[in-house]
Design a protein around this ligand. Structure first.
Ligand SMILES: Nc1ncnc2c1ncn2[C@@H]1O[C@H](COP(=O)(O)OP(=O)(O)OP(=O)(O)O)[C@@H](O)[C@H]1O
Ligand SMILES: [Mg+2]
Length: 582
């Protein structure tokens, strides 16, 4: 097989994946051997079929042979069933192992590495790539063994029938192999291109459909249709080429069969004249030879399967080999006091020309609220994402209770904070399950009710069809109000010393925002709270306000101090004051 050396290395590693399925594969191998033997046995029967039944007119064989044929095929069918079953078990098992391991790795990747791969591509790794790997490592092996055994069995039968004719016909072998390889290559090349255009078509459709409102507003329907039609045309053209190649390929197989048969007849005629070959022997040769050709054709497919699988495996191994988040801290941490200190912290995302954060220093004390404001893109979210170590700062230090964050175990550190991000996604499940999420799942229904009440969400949840058992999330309906109820309650239930809110109130109307404010008042005491909000009215009572601009901390102080300063904050405030007309 012509695979580059690196591909062989990947393939060897792939073979390691079938380790756990050794037993199952051994059974499948047994089935394969029986199948091969049955094919050989049938080949052997073809001679007496003709010679005894038609030439010698032997009555006994007239009953025995039909019975034997049925018997052989019963055995062959059962063996084939077991082979398929066990092979599928191993192949599906390998695919499952691959996707579970990749999923596990994805959830452990450091933030930057995670951002580097779009989620749809991750879904492909977990989906078709895992399946292709299983094909390469199990199914290709099956085809290779099954068809090779078929070829060996049939060749043995042919040699038994007449070694002279067989050797003569075998001279044709290399030619057949060469032709089949040629056709197979062309087929694979176009097949691959068809897949590519299908993927492009999907991408174009996804973009146009996901942004259908923009498409309409900007009058881009015709442009999008032109793009999509062009890709659809490409796809059609290539699909037709694939069909043509498929047809050529079967014509080639038939032609080779005919040429083989002609040669066979030619040599067999000689042998018959010499008295070395009976009519039955000739039928046996012919049937065996005709059985070899499709087997050879299948064998030429194996390389394509291997190549696809190896390419998929390469992508998957690239994911599996990525480093986990660094988690080397050992300092024990039960419950932090919640003293957070930033010392000259910088952060630069790779590929970005400017630092997202530069020289950030501040202290957030337990029991206080620190508000972070600034224009869009000024680095507010980036700043708070450093605290759970979603990203590592490029310079400076962040301390919790006086020790660098990296000295703690990640799980311990993250247990110290409740966080509400810019988009609150609900998980598929009931309200109660969404509140008591992750490590909180031990919470009793009583606890859940208590936090729902504490978060001003009990009344809202009681209005839902099944109260706290109402299904929300992916399949159920989840309004912004429902999401907000869930995150407030979840944060309250977690009862963490540090609370981080990133524009959590932006999507709410005034009435529900007031409820949220009340609930926040409930959440905030005794904690270190960091809150990012665009509405400055929500941060007026903060103990300190940090004003960010282009990644720098440009102002710091209380609402009154900053207003008196007449700087960036005062300016932002004046603008919002005008807008709201308050
Ligand atoms: N994962 C990322 N990879 C690369 N660049 C990023 C990433 N996240 C943010 N940035 C960039 O870093 C800068 C700060 O972004 P950040 O999200 O922290 O701003 P923000 O103040 O929270 O803005 P907004 O008010 O719109 O939420 C922006 O220029 C943004 O494009
Ligand atoms: Mg943000």
């Amino acid at each position: 097989m012509s695979l580059p050396p690196s591909a062989w290395a990947i393939y060897r590693r792939l073979l390691g994946l079938v380790g756990p399925y050794r037993g199952v594969l051994l059974l499948a191998l047994l089935g394969l051997l029986v199948e091969g033997a049955a094919a050989g046995a049938f080949g052997m029967l073809t001679k007496p079929m003709v010679d005894e039944t038609f030439v010698a007119r032997n009555r006994e064989f007239g009953i025995l042979l039909p019975l034997a044929i049925v018997g052989i095929f019963v055995v062959r069918g059962m063996a084939g069933y077991l082979t398929d079953l066990y092979m599928a078990k191993a192949a599906r098992g390998v695919a499952r192992d691959m996707r579970v391991r990749a999923m596990d790795k994805y959830l452990r990747l450091p933030g930057l590495r995670f951002d580097g791969e779009p989620v749809p591509s991750m879904l492909v790794r977990l989906g078709s790539d895992s399946d292709q790997v299983a094909q390469a490592v199990v199914d290709s092996g099956k085809v290779m063994l099954q068809q090779s055994l078929q070829v060996v069995a049939m060749l043995a039968v042919m040699l038994y029938a007449s070694w002279r004719v067989t050797l003569a016909v075998l001279l044709l072998g290399p030619l057949i192999a060469w032709m089949m390889d040629k056709v197979g290559r062309r087929y694979r090349r176009y097949g691959h291109k068809v897949q590519e255009t299908s993927a492009q078509m999907m991408l174009a459709a996804d973009q146009a459909l996901s942004n259908q409102q923009d498409v309409k507003v900007y009058g881009a329907r015709e442009m999008e249709m032109a793009r999509y039609s062009r890709l659809a045309d490409d796809n059609l053209r290539l699909s037709l080429k694939v069909e043509a190649t498929r047809s050529i390929s079967s014509a080639v197989v038939q032609l080779t069969g005919a040429v083989g048969l002609a040669l066979l007849l030619f040599f067999a005629g000689h042998e018959a004249l010499a008295g070395r070959l009976t009519a039955g022997g000739f039928v046996q040769l012919m049937i065996s030879m005709l059985a070899i050709i499709p087997a050879l054709k299948q064998l030429t497919n194996v390389q394509g399967m291997l190549q696809r699988g190896v390419a998929s495996a390469e992508r998957l191994f690239h994911v599996l080999d990525a480093e986990d988040e660094t988690d080397t801290g050992t300092r024990p941490l039960q419950r932090a006091r919640g003293l957070i200190e930033f010392r000259d912290v910088t952060l630069q995302y790779p590929g970005q020309p400017h630092s997202a954060l530069q020289g950030i220093s501040f202290v957030a004390r337990p029991g206080t609220v620190t508000a972070i404001v600034g224009r869009s893109g000024s680095g507010k979210s980036s700043l708070v994402k450093l605290i759970p170590r979603f990203y590592e700062p490029g310079g400076g230090q962040i301390l919790l209770d006086g020790h660098p964050l990296s000295e703690y175990r990640l799980a311990d550190l993250r247990r110290q904070l409740a966080m509400v991000g810019q988009q609150v996604m609900l998980f598929d499940g009931s309200v109660a399950e969404n509140v008591a999420y992750g490590e909180l799942q031990q919470a009793s229904p009583g606890d859940v009710e208590r936090v729902l009440r504490g978060a001003n969400a009990l009344e809202f949840v009681a209005q839902m069809s099944e109260g706290a058992d109402t299904h929300i999330g992916v399949k159920g309906a989840s309004s912004p109000a429902a999401s907000a109820s869930v995150w407030r309650s979840r944060a309250l239930l977690k009862d963490a010393p540090i609370l981080i809110l990133d524009e959590a109130t932006a999507a709410l109307d005034n009435a529900s925002e007031r409820l949220v404010q009340e609930a926040l008042a409930h959440l905030i005491p005794d904690r270190t709270t960091l809150v990012i909000a665009h509405r400055l009215s929500t941060v007026e009572h903060a103990d300190q306000i940090l004003v960010l601009d282009e990644g720098r901390l440009v102002e710091q102080g209380t609402h009154a101090e900053l207003l008196a300063r007449g700087g960036v904050y005062a300016h932002l405030h004046a603008m919002q004051f005008r807008e709201t007309g308050a």
